[in-house]
Design a protein around this ligand. Structure first.
Ligand code: LFR
Length: 465
């Protein structure tokens, strides 16, 4: 039996999970889960990084307490955000990618380098919060000796080693799509000092061992192993893709919709459709588009709870939404006005205009159908741009539990949806650690995925006419 611990930090909640692999099966045990999100400070939206790292260390200690046989730690999180280090100390609390300072960075970068050239170099879809734009708007860059992306920053706190794990580094916009190395010329042109970019490592590399004081608190001296530290990269590892004709949707706060490729598609059409080339584990490309996912629902529920002063039963609300018939009014789930936190029902209503449903179940149905419509559009684009016929869609992550969303995605795309695993990201994290420990042989991605398919059978949704 191989036992490891996965720290998986999503944009609205984090979890620590024990992963066990034995007899051709993989299982997860939830150790701790904590909510988190943007916190408004005087100078903008941040992450409460002190609270986050305390949750991680406490979760790891609890994991080792429950399972002394744990052999390593892997960390993944949402992408693009970072902390600046100087002499081994964090200079300031990391900004949240939804903070609007990045708009200044976009203007500054695009003045120097046109978007078409950027796409040829880094292959990334335009998202205003890509790290390079955040760097360009960051007043403290010159004071720093290193920048570390969130999972790398946590690995640094745990071990003292500063690296840049490659799948997540590919979301900075500063990695060359051609060879996955830092584009130092690009960095120089936009005024980013090369010294802040740490050495790149691939998933499977041992980053370091726990600092002695942390090994003592956690209860064991463990190595921290680089996994696909971008959560989406780990999720895609655990998508039980059966054929090259399957697409995936990794659906949590975001819905990441795409296919896995071995060669990039750097066409004008791909750029116009805003399709990205994020690096996957084993040098695959995650050719995908970001659709605003469950963020729309979680922010809506948060606003209603504040209004009611009481918690809302979301499963009940979704069931009521599923019972409604007739066409739901649709809005563009990707509209830029929905990106910031705040009164989501009002902003969605503004997009729907006079069509905005009055009742909550109908409102929820509009949200879910609008997300499914955006998913279906992105699936069609993925097929067209990659020249690949798609005959099934794997929907993994939290969204896979939302049967209204899964069925609507099947209906609107005309494709069968295979839902699950819900914890794809943690599974991918665990699998890459186990392989690094030498327990899965050379384990190709296909073998890792077969292990997932054998352990977590998907729920199938057929498209209805
Ligand atoms: C999903 C995700 C997306 C990334 C977004 C912001 O959690 O990592 O892949 O585009 O968050 O970091």
């Amino acid at each position: 039996m191989t036992v490891v611990v996965a720290v998986d930090l999503g944009a609205t909640s984090g979890r620590v999970m024990i992963g066990r692999i034995s007899g051709g099966r993989i299982d997860l045990e939830l150790v701790s889960r904590f909510a988190h999100g943007p916190v408004a400070r005087e100078d903008g939206l941040h992450w409460d990084f002190a609270a986050l790292s305390e949750h991680v260390v406490a979760g790891l200690a609890e994991a080792v307490h429950r399972e002394p046989g744990i052999e390593s730690i892997g960390i993944d999180s949402w992408a693009v955000d970072y902390g600046l280090l100087r002499d081994g100390r964090l200079l300031a609390e990391p900004f949240h990618y939804r903070d609007d300072r990045s708009a200044r960075g976009v203007a500054r970068v695009h003045e120097i380098i046109p978007p078409a050239e950027l796409y040829r170099r880094n292959g990334l879809q335009f998202l205003p919060f890509n790290t390079l734009y955040q760097f360009a708007a960051d007043a403290h860059l010159d004071d720093a000796d290193r920048a570390a992306l969130i999972p790398d920053l946590i690995a640094f706190l745990l071990t003292g080693a500063v690296i840049a794990e490659r799948t997540n580094a590919s979301t900075t916009g500063l990695l060359r799509v051609a060879d996955g190395e830092w584009d130092l010329e690009l960095a120089e042109r936009i005024g980013i000092p090369a010294r802040i970019l740490p050495p790149l490592v691939d998933p499977g590399t041992v980053i370091g061992r726990l600092r002695p004081e942390l090994a003592e608190r956690i209860g064991k001296d463990l190595p921290v192993v680089a996994v696909g530290s971008h959560d989406t990269a780990s999720a895609v590892v655990a998508v039980p893709l059966s054929t090259p004709h399957s697409a995936y949707i990794s659906c949590g706060t975001w819905g990441l919709v795409g296919v896995e490729l071995t060669e990039p598609v750097l066409t004008d059409a791909a750029r116009a459709a805003n399709f990205t080339h994020e690096r996957g584990v084993d040098d695959r490309f995650r050719f995908l588009h970001n659709v605003t996912g469950l963020w729309l629902l979680s922010e809506t529920v948060r606003a209603w709870e504040a209004e009611d002063g009481a918690p809302i039963d979301l499963p009940q609300l979704l069931a009521a939404a599923a019972d409604l018939s007739g066409d739901a009014p649709l809005f563009d789930a990707d509209d830029a006005s929905l990106s910031a936190p705040g009164d989501m029902p009002a902003r969605i209503s503004a997009l729907l205009g006079t069509d905005a449903p009055a009742g909550r179940p109908a409102f929820v149905r509009s949200i879910v159908e609008s997300i499914a419509t955006a998913f279906a559009d992105a699936l069609a684009s993925a097929a067209e741009l990659s020249g690949r016929e798609i005959d099934a869609v794997h929907l993994v992550g939290g969204g896979s539990l939302n049967s209204l969303l899964c069925q609507a995605t099947a209906d609107r795309s005309g494709l069968p949806v295979l839902a699950g695993p819900v914890e794809a990201t943690a599974l991918g994290n665990v699998l890459v650690q186990a392989r690094a420990l030498g327990r899965l042989g050379d384990g190709t991605l296909e073998e890792l995925r077969a292990l997932v398919a054998a352990s977590v059978p998907p729920v199938r949704y057929e498209p209805r006419p």
